[in-house]
Design a protein around this ligand. Structure first.
Ligand SMILES: Nc1nc2c(ncn2[C@@H]2O[C@H](COP(=O)(O)OP(=O)(O)OP(=O)(O)O)[C@@H](O)[C@H]2O)c(=O)[nH]1
Length: 304
């Protein structure tokens, strides 16, 4: 009995193809919106750390980006951070989609990363709500047991919250015994500047869906608190690669930028609990993804 009471704490890396639901799972567990959830793939560009505090355990999530192809510097940095997260982790969680089954890319992730790491790995079969024929789930689980010696296989619907508790229990089972590693009030180690930039970037994605794929970056230049007015003034720059992208973000008579600004401001206000003035500028910076200095400024910290 004594053993059951020992506190556990450690790191968990989520890995999977883009769009399998990593952010949704993490947000569901943490109950706080930390990384971007969007219907487009590859929106989680950087490692985002979230901490789940429980009575008996502290689970620290390393939200690795989807495994992606691409030759530019940004993609390289993203991949390095994904691998870095996995090496730091005590437990690896691989996620696949129930309705798609094992894809070629999933197989590659298993072969190229998971098998090499040789750490306790939990397989999550997410989006079971999307399965038309539920009878296919058992064969899929069976197929998965043949592929690798997964510590556990957990079918899940992150969007409906199904089996999330079972998943958390499984994580606790494989975490090492350790005192808490983070103070209790800490949910993320992301600096506020970075968090605000993520909110703005999410609003850009949601509003420009078709026209603008992944070519916008946001840098928060300053956050100034005006104490006596209970106000925070934030200045941020949106970088795009092409002149016509700038036009899309600004929109007719500035309507699009206004909409993005209002949505972002409202969300930032609800997080800070203060009134916010958000000033947004759009700048064209061709090939920003290749610019090391700018990438560093934007918080991509794994650049050497
Ligand atoms: N039907 C269904 N949709 C889901 C489920 N989990 C996630 N989704 C949706 O799948 C899409 C991708 O989810 P994300 O959580 O952003 O996926 P991700 O793996 O973090 O994606 P990247 O950031 O691109 O790596 C979103 O539209 C989610 O709403 C689920 O259990 N069921």
């Amino acid at each position: 009995m004594e053993q059951d009471k020992k506190f556990k704490a450690g790191f968990v890396a989520l890995i999977g193809r883009p769009n399998v639901g990593k952010s949704t799972i993490m947000n569901n567990i943490l109950g706080t919106k930390l990384s971007i959830v969007s219907p487009k793939p590859q929106t989680t560009r950087m490692r985002i750390l979230g901490v789940k505090h429980d009575k008996d355990a502290q689970i620290i999530f390393l939200d690795t980006p989807g495994v992606q192809k691409g030759k530019d510097l940004l993609t390289k940095v993203v991949m390095e951070s994904a691998v870095g997260s996995m090496e730091e982790a005590d437990i690896i969680v691989m996620i696949i989609e129930a309705d798609k089954g094992w894809t070629k890319e999933d197989e590659q992730i298993l072969e190229n990363y998971i098998k090499k790491l040789n750490k306790p790995t939990i397989l999550v079969i997410n989006k079971i709500d999307k399965m038309k024929d539920k009878r296919l789930l058992l064969p899929l689980i069976e197929e998965s047991t043949q592929k690798y010696n997964f510590a556990e296989i957990i079918p899940m619907s992150a969007i409906k919250g199904e089996n999330i508790d079972r998943f958390v229990d499984a994580l606790k089972k494989y975490l090492p015994e350790s005192p808490p590693l983070f103070p209790e009030d800490q949910i993320t180690d992301l600096p506020l500047r970075f968090y605000i930039a993520e909110i703005i970037r999410e609003k850009i994605f949601h509003n420009t869906r078709q026209e603008l794929p992944y070519s916008a970056a946001v840098e928060v230049e300053s956050i100034q608190e005006i104490e006596d007015k209970n106000l925070v003034v934030i200045n941020a720059v949106i970088y795009v690669e092409k002149e016509n992208h700038k036009g899309i973000i600004i929109g007719r008579k500035g309507q699009m930028l206004k909409k993005i600004g209002i949505q972002a401001r409202e969300e930032i206000e609800s997080i800070l609990g203060k009134k916010v003035h958000l000033n947004l500028w759009v700048k064209v910076k061709p090939r920003w993804k290749e610019d090391i200095r700018l990438l560093k400024l934007l918080g991509y910290q794994y650049i050497s």
